[in-house]
Design a protein around this ligand. Sequence first.
Ligand code: 13P
Length: 249
Amino acid sequence: MARNYFIAGNWKMHKTRAEAAALAKELVAALKDGGHKYLVAPSFTALETVAALVKGTNILLGAQNCAVEEEGAHTGEVSALQLKDLDVQTVILGHSERRHLYKEDDELVNRKVHIALKHGLDVILCVGELLEEREAGKAEAVCRRQTVEGLKGVSAADLSRVTIAYEPVWAIGTGKTATPEDADAVHAYIRGVVGELYGQAAAENLVIQYGGSVKPENAAALMAKENIDGALVGGASLKAATFVPIAKF
Ligand code: 13P
């Protein structure tokens, strides 16, 4: 497989600056000889601190969200321009917590994708079905819709700056991981959808991460699957003791 594994830690709303710095330092040391592509996504408040520590290393800096507007009267929002100013390289968009807790719909996520790409940020676009959608046999339809709508208007050239993360919502923070077979089947489906939109070669090159209760114990079995090209890790990314073994699976 020609695709490069991409292992990312989404720290969500955890860690003070001091705690974030301590973890970043541990990861920089532990992953300097790691063979994959790495990223950490701290809270906005810790981005500047972590940026200084990962600069010049093999760990990329990500943000967990960005505003849909470039600037203006948007109290509480952080723009793509402001993230670039902090040396952020990549932004996670459409995370299920943004979609479900903060009511972000496909159209909003798509607008954010465009703003991020326009300002030179790479994108991790998250897709994934709720438990009731899976039980109703709608997992593929939901992932198709979120992929098609999320990528609407994105050029083939810009697609090379997009990673998709398949995160079944029922597996996030629950300890329930999708089986490698089930996850791989959805990844293959999403790759097929991207193939319909951008052609076979672009789909083959697309990196699709799996997210949802990835742990040191299950990472290797997931990564062994043909269509699983990395991981977007939540809980287990908060400690070097659990993130490093995943990153070096
Ligand atoms: P957990 O690894 O805690 O299940 O979270 C996954 C996730 O949402 C990463 O974005």
